[in-house]
Design a protein around this ligand. Structure first.
Ligand code: SAM
Length: 475
């Protein structure tokens, strides 16, 4: 029944295969010879399959877990360096016809304020985001063919890309909207989107159907096969994720890796990113009503195992997580984080409006409420380079072409200088005095690490040009 190359959800995410995987992991969790062999294989940096990774997830030996953490940190350093790419979500509309029981946008929620941004409001939101320094957005919307049809989403993308305020620009729009048709994915591709993101929520079919009792999202196969349709529509950067807390984490973890293996087997390219959201309190939603919540330690272990299992896939942590948790998992392999996020519709331009109206349009509570400048400052103090780079997709390095860059270890000659140049733009245009000072020192130090002398020289020149007012350099 299990067939990694099948295009049928229940065959590439076979329940039987997941159950057998979990039984195999249970039987081998204390088999140190096997655990060691799997860790050795991971050290080759070619990844692990869902069975191997599941054994490591089941293993509770502290020494081995420590070894996994160290390996994850090393792989993160080798493949991603110390860059952390920044982005922000932009909520377009919370109208939704689905019945997702964990999401406040569910159709029956009558006390959430329903909002949909007009194009004028988008200009205000994006101007506010540009004024913070953001260059990369993830647009979010509920599913509602009447209020948020694909034409609306496409119009919003066009508006977002067209806004040029002071030195600001949104250079990459990622899209997180409900599963749709090949034709609509093609339209998104033509609109110039970056990554198409769709969380599976849960890979467990029965739970999935209970958690999505009504609306188009109820269809497990249609949802699970969405990434294949997206790729058929020409989108070669897709982002996976499960909402941890809905079902048993070991089941989800195996399913997630099987999904990644499926994309690689069928399309020759794995997921561009994996997100690891955890269920949060929200209007009309009590996360304690879901009894599969995971501890911070298990969460960290999952992040480390994703890093060593799919070394070429970016990993995203949102502001659902607190500063402390983010700090814990950043070194274990995270490559992208959001900063200063608002999960309400219209929350950037007018953050006070909701409070005054005493009603919320928020999707969930944000744990990390710091400003972008605070997040950038904090990252640099921890030794990271906050990056506002969007070069890859603009240079056509999507899908396996980005992976090739990673595999050839050209990151230091390409992503590293791009990160420094975009950070310099941020420091010039948006940073506080203290952040600017810290950043300038960091850039001086990090420039020295560029191995290719020609690239190094050009980067020096561009960094200087940015001080003179020029913008948007990239390799
Ligand atoms: N509506 C689109 C869909 O159905 O896929 C995607 C947009 S939705 C705004 C983005 C994600 O937020 C969902 O896929 C879900 O995983 C997550 N989410 C929903 N409710 C949440 C909650 N209470 N806590 C944390 N994340 C939540």
């Amino acid at each position: 029944m299990y067939d990694v190359k099948s295009l049928k959800a229940e065959e590439f995410i076979s329940d039987e295969e997941i159950r057998e995987t979990l039984a195999y992991a249970d039987a081998n969790r204390d088999n140190m010879e096997l655990v060691d062999a799997i860790i050795e294989k991971a050290k080759e940096r070619k990844g692990l399959n869902h069975r191997e990774a599941s054994v490591l997830l089941a293993c509770e030996n502290e020494e081995k877990i420590q070894e996994i953490y160290e390996l994850a940190q090393q792989i993160k350093k080798d493949f991603y360096g110390n860059r952390i790419v920044m982005f922000a979500p932009l909520y377009l509309s919370n109208y939704c016809v689905n019945g997702c029981v964990y999401c406040p946008y569910h159709m029956k929620n009558k006390h959430i304020a329903r909002k949909k941004l007009t194009q004028e409001e988008i200009v205000k939101e994006v101007t506010a985001l540009q004024d913070m320094g953001h260059k990369r957005l993830a647009i979010e919307a509920g599913e509602d063919p009447v209020n948020n049809p694909i034409e609306y989403i496409l119009e919003c993308i066009k508006t977002i890309y067209s806004i040029k305020h002071k030195n600001g620009a949104i250079r990459r729009v990622n899209v997180n909207i409900a599963a749709t048709t090949v034709e609509n994915y093609r339209k998104l591709k033509d609109a110039g989107i970056g990554t198409y993101v769709l969380f599976q929520e849960t890979y467990h079919k029965e739970s999935y159907e209970q958690l999505h009792p009504t609306g188009p999202k109820h269809d497990y196969a249609y949802h699970t096969e969405a990434m294949d349709r997206a790729m058929e529509g020409g989108i070669d950067d897709v982002g996976l994720g499960v909402l941890f807390g809905l079902d048993k984490y070991r089941y989800e973890f195996a399913g997630l890796l099987m999904h990644a293996e499926h994309l690689e087997a069928v399309h020759g390219v794995g997921p561009h990113t994996i997100s690891v959201p955890r269920l949060k309190r929200a209007d009309d939603i009590d996360p304690t009503a879901f009894d599969n919540g995971i501890s911070d330690d298990i969460f960290a272990k999952i992040c480390a195992l994703i890093r060593i299992s799919v070394p070429y896939t970016g990993m995203i942590i949102s502001t659902r997580e607190s500063q402390a948790v983010r700090e814990k998992v950043l070194p274990l392999g995270v490559s992208q984080i959001s900063g200063a996020s608002k999960t309400s519709v219209g929350g950037y331009a007018d953050p006070e409006a909701e409070k005054l109206a005493n009603e919320t349009s928020e999707q969930f509570d944000v744990s990390d409420q710091r400003t972008l400048d605070e997040v950038v400052n904090w990252l640099m103090k921890l030794g990271y380079i906050p990056s506002f780079c969007t070069a890859c997709y603009r240079e056509g390095r999507t899908g396996d072409r980005f992976m090739a860059l990673c595999k050839n270890m050209q990151i230091l000659n390409c992503c590293h200088p791009n990160a420094l140049m975009t950070l310099k733009e941020y420091l010039e245009d948006y940073a506080s005095e203290e952040t600017r000072k810290l950043g300038m020192e960091l850039i001086e130090r990090e420039l020295e690490k560029i191995p290719n002398p020609k690239v190094k020289q050009t980067t020096y020149e561009h960094i200087h040009d940015i001080s003179e007012g020029k913008r948007d350099f990239r390799f």
